[in-house]
Design a protein around this ligand. Sequence first.
Ligand SMILES: C[S@@+](CC[C@H](N)C(=O)[O-])C[C@H]1O[C@@H](n2cnc3c(N)ncnc32)[C@H](O)[C@@H]1O
Length: 508
Amino acid sequence: MPTIEFKGKSFVQNHHLAVPFHQLVPDKKKSLTDNVSLHDNLIIHGDNLIALKALLPTYAGKVKCIYIDPPYNTGNEGWVYNDKVNSPIIKEWIGHVVGKEGEDLTRHDKWLCMMMPRLKLLRELLADDGAIFISIDYNEEHNLRILMNEIFGESNFRNIVSVSRVKKNIQEKELMRALNFGYDSVMFYSKSDSCLLVPPKKTQKKLERWHAFDAPGVRPTMEYDLFGYKPPRNRHWMYEEARANEMIAKGLLRMNPTSLKPQYKLEESNETLIDTNWTDIQESSSKWNFPNGEKNVDFIRRILKLVFSKEQNAIILDSFAGSGTTAQAVLELNKEDGGNRKFILVEMEDYADNITAERVRRVIKGVPNSKNELLKQGVGGTFSYFDLGDPIEISSILSGKTLPTYLELARYVYYTATGEEFNDSNLNESKNYIGKSMNYDIYMYYKPDIEYLKTTALTLDESRNLRKKAGKRPLLVFAPTKYVEQTELDNLQITFCQLPFEIYKVKG
Ligand SMILES: C[S@@+](CC[C@H](N)C(=O)[O-])C[C@H]1O[C@@H](n2cnc3c(N)ncnc32)[C@H](O)[C@@H]1O
């Protein structure tokens, strides 16, 4: 199978393994629940490379659908390469905005270096019968396809869907360099053969869908008076005036009586399409005034329905969350069919709270969007908001500067030692118990207190106590040190792991 070569590849191929586990720190004020938990709908503020790694202990192999909308690398998004990869060429890239075609000779290398470790972590999070959908355009589609073949396997390539995009007005130009791009792509891969799609049910009823008639960008020929209004600043109407008049005559363009904004109607029902040509639906939307490429809720709903109309408890992950469209699609679909799907969003910008989470709050509570369009009633639901905390690293544990909480270290130790999902409801800190894996009962003697760590040891008495409680199951015990002979531990079927050095002992 052909593979893709790019600058920096040898350094990023295994970078996801070197990324340290970080603590996920709950923020009650920003959450919309009394019960903040990693098992709720989640909004995580932080870089997705770190956030995805931090999700592994709880969600590895559990996510049924991933939708991502990464920077397309157009040269206009201002995205910055920021991963702390240990390589001289890559260090030079850090913190710089990735430039335009022709001006930045490593722009595609940087993009691929950014995507590769994230795609590897996403694959680890995906369930065996799960699917991943990636929005992309001509700038990186060809590179992404080969990279995905390499990471997910060529046989797991399922399709590329075309979705209509806002077309540029080229009528004014005398000559063009390239054709107008009418479509963006959505690349679809599965993790294995066991992912099967659910064809949409045919519906007799044609759905009436009205969409805002304005689009981003300055196009003087498309800024005419319509129903007595000009388009908002830095926006233009979707079509030329003559076409708009024809649409009005056919009843396809109207003034929305509530928002007083022009809207146009899409004629097709979107419920019967099962091929890769989704030209009846626009990929982007501008309902929430999000400047960075907000997607259309109906487009994401279509993806979710395709994969999950029967799977109503699925976990859906979007690690480039932006304005949070994926969360709205999940919540609305749950409301519609009584499902219990959950979303996990990751957004690194500071607007994770005041745009991403705020939109989700409004969808849940039923407050109008920023264009003052009335939303349907609130759909109900909760979410928990987390920030990324300190890394859980041997060096930081040893220096004692940033000691993780009991729960965070337990989550990390349990997952790294067993490779199995950690379930915090089994944890009992007062009994030093962190859970039961397939092969062991696991205990951890730890407090985020350097004095405790210097003075605590697994003793012979304690080892015998543990053995009595555990019946016949082998025990795995993490503690700062031990005062008990190895032969005694062997007799008691206890594997001792010294904190923090031997966290990898069992699995590795
Ligand atoms: C194109 S927008 C996504 C728009 C989204 N689909 C919507 O409908 O609003 C990409 C988003 O990914 C975020 N992003 C980019 N790199 C990221 C990273 N490394 N970690 C987390 N978020 C990131 C950007 O801040 C931006 O909000």
